[in-house]
Design a binder for this molecule. Structure first.
Ligand code: F6R
Length: 610
């Protein structure tokens, strides 16, 4: 899970490569490097650690030349170190490679190459690729790359340069994302759109098993077998500003504030003019198929999985179809029971999560129709699913997902209503009622954002705790799981989310004086029960914060220490509001502790390995 950039043109490439890498740091950031054709030949500079380390090295040893490749790494094979950073070269130093993904059979290949005289300088799987290409080179870099990849198993996106053909940059995509940017007298490669946005909006998205040969004035696309292909160029309408911090201290805070817009955009064009019907023309699912659905499985990882938990309640209560939630990494190995009447919904912000993609393939292999809910058009998951419902959250840069999660909730609500319409489980009036409540959500989010100072003060109070609990019932419990993950991943405080009624079956033993418990208490139907559970922890010394509606605050304050209010909406939609309080809480706790909010330790934005 790394970031690749490449440039061939008439400008000095160093700045362009470093700029592109900055935009890709969310894909990995334990080391970085670039290779550039200079007057002295192909030269490489790389450095362990954040990109700033590479920049300092480049200040001392600038690389001048108008073609190059760059890489930002998230270690899979071999620890983060200068030697393990990309680009990797062969022993002649004439070939240079950047790679994202994993070469599964690299040990086998390494042995073979070493037996042939290759000398390895890193612990990476990538280095075998540069040696392989060098071995196969007979005067044509494209053929050498094609030959080399016939030996490789696994997932890879590659950028390749050779000093023998300095006017060519070769790119390959096999199960790892790669796009080609088209400029005037210059062309680019990148793992993701933000890397290229500053320079071009015109891109080709490579499919698995395809490659591109870039020169300054042209791009040739072909299969890895060498058959030329035609592809429509896509014009990306994200502006560069959308991918920047827009004045916020961190991407995460910016993205939390972008949620009202993300809700609106995700609903845009999907509700009829009368406001009583969801229209999803992008779906190929027929009415007959929808009527025949017998069960639904929602499969995802991490935050997207948590969105699926809310989706389950939405679908079950509005459509009465049984829904199971599965963590994608478990799904493919548990022999899921799937039939042609099973609808599998995969949820993924990036659309590139390896486990989710594998689950999608498993479901399809068993005959299920797969609907993907994703934020990235053209991603692997979007391309392989039978149907795609795009969330319009815009690029999410912070590792901790916020606006993508809430946009997934909006998409799941829209889809539930769509199913309900087709199956006749909700009347047009009921649908209109829910849609009206959804249209009000963006403004309601603003009122939560306006409470950020109070949330910050509370965050500062809890930031020196070692343990913390989130509790709730129904969708409040689903939101608790997300609130807990958010806090853990960026503040490094241990927290657990518990169904409020489940604590007394063991975990209550952990409650002691002063331990913070955050109780989500928005679900009227179970409010009394939640209050009983709050009293159970209060009696054991917990400091309880409640998140609730205005009308319950006075009563709740008899049992809790503090409360935050969220605006009133329908019970099923409360997660889209209550989670915003928890996102801000995690953000300010991380900030109070001085952590790197946007790039928490040990994590990366897009998890393209199993
Ligand atoms: C946490 C977070 C992760 C992702 C998970 C799945 O804030 O972002 O838990 O949700 O890695 O990623 P996607 O949604 O890209 O499949």
């Amino acid at each position: 899970m790394c970031g690749i950039v490449g440039y061939i043109g008439n400008q000095n490439s160093q700045g362009i490569l470093v700029e592109g890498l900055k935009k890709l740091e969310y894909r990995g950031y334990d080391s970085a490097g670039i290779a550039v054709f200079t007057q002295e030949g192909l030269q490489v500079v790389k450095a362990k650690g954040r990109l700033a380390n590479l920049e300092s090295k480049l200040e001392e040893h600038p690389l001048a030349g108008s073609a190059g490749i760059g890489h930002t790494r998230w270690a899979t094979h071999g620890k983060p170190s200068d030697a393990n950073s990309h680009p990797h070269t062969d022993n002649s130093q004439k070939f240079s490679v950047v790679h994202n993904g994993i070469v599964e059979n690299y040990l086998e290949l390494k042995e073979e190459l070493m037996a042939g005289g290759a000398h390895f300088t890193s612990e990476t799987d990538t280095e075998v690729i540069s040696h392989l290409i060098a071995r196969e080179y007979e005067g044509d870099i494209v053929k050498a790359v094609q030959k080399a990849i016939t030996y490789m198993r696994g997932a890879f996106a590659l950028g390749v340069l050779t000093e023998y053909e300095p006017d060519k940059l070769v790119a390959v995509r096999q199960a790892s994302p790669l796009i080609i940017g088209i400029g005037e007298g210059e062309n680019f490669i990148g793992s993701d759109i933000p890397a290229l946005l500053k320079y071009t909006r015109n891109v080709y998205i490579l499919n698995d098993g395809e490659m591109a040969v870039l020169t300054r004035d042209a791009v040739e696309l072909m299969t890895i077998e060498g058959n030329f292909i035609a592809r429509e160029m896509i014009t990306v309408d994200w502006d560069a500003v959308t991918a920047e911090k827009a004045g916020y201290e961190h991407f995460m805070l910016k993205e939390i504030h972008e949620q009202p817009r993300a809700y609106r955009d995700t609903m845009l064009g999907r509700v009829n003019a009368e406001g009583n019907k969801v229209i999803l023309p992008e779906l190929s699912l027929t009415e007959e198929q929808i009527k025949n659905i017998r069960n639904i499985q929602i499969v995802a990882c991490g935050t997207a999985y948590h969105a699926g938990l809310v989706g389950r309640t939405m679908i079950e209560s509005l459509v009465r179809i049984p829904v199971e939630n599965d963590v994608a990494s478990e799904y493919r190995y548990r022999s899921p029971i799937v039939s042609p009447e099973t609808l599998v919904i995969v949820v993924s912000q990036s659309g590139e999560t390896a486990d989710t993609l594998a689950a999608l393939r498993e479901a399809q292999a068993n005959g299920a129709h797969v609907l993907a809910i994703t934020n990235v058009v053209g991603s692997s998951i979007a391309r392989e699913a039978n149907d795609v419902l795009v969330t319009l959250a815009g690029p999410e840069i912070a590792v901790a997902s916020t606006k993508a999660y809430t946009s997934q909730l909006i998409a799941l609500a829209l889809f539930s209503l769509y199913l309900a319409e087709v199956r006749g489980t909700q009347t047009a009036e009921q649908v209109a009622h829910i849609l009206a409540a959804m249209q009000a959500l963006p403004e309601q989010v603003e009122t939560i954002l306006a409470q950020k100072d109070a949330i910050k003060t509370y965050a500062e109070q809890i930031s020196d705790n070692k343990h913390l609990f989130f509790i709730g019932r129904g969708v409040d419990y689903a939101v608790a799981t997300e609130g807990s993950l958010k806090l853990k991943e960026i503040s490094y405080i241990h927290s657990e989310a518990y169904a409020a009624g489940e604590l007394k079956h063991g975990t209550l033993a952990l409650i002691e004086d002063g331990i913070p418990v955050i109780a989500l208490a928005t679900q009227e139907a179970v409010l009394e029960k939640t209050v009983s559970n709050i009293k159970e922890v209060k009696a054991r010394g917990a400091e309880v914060l409640a998140i609730t509606h205005e009308e319950h605050v006075t009563d709740l304050l008899k049992s809790v220490d503090q409360a935050f209010v969220i605006p009133k909406t329908l019970p099923l939609l409360t997660p889209t509001l209550s989670v915003v309080t928890l996102q801000l809480l995690a953000y300010y706790t991380s900030l109070a502790l001085g952590h790197d909010v946007d790039k928490p330790r040990n994590l990366a934005k897009s998890v393209t390995v199993e």
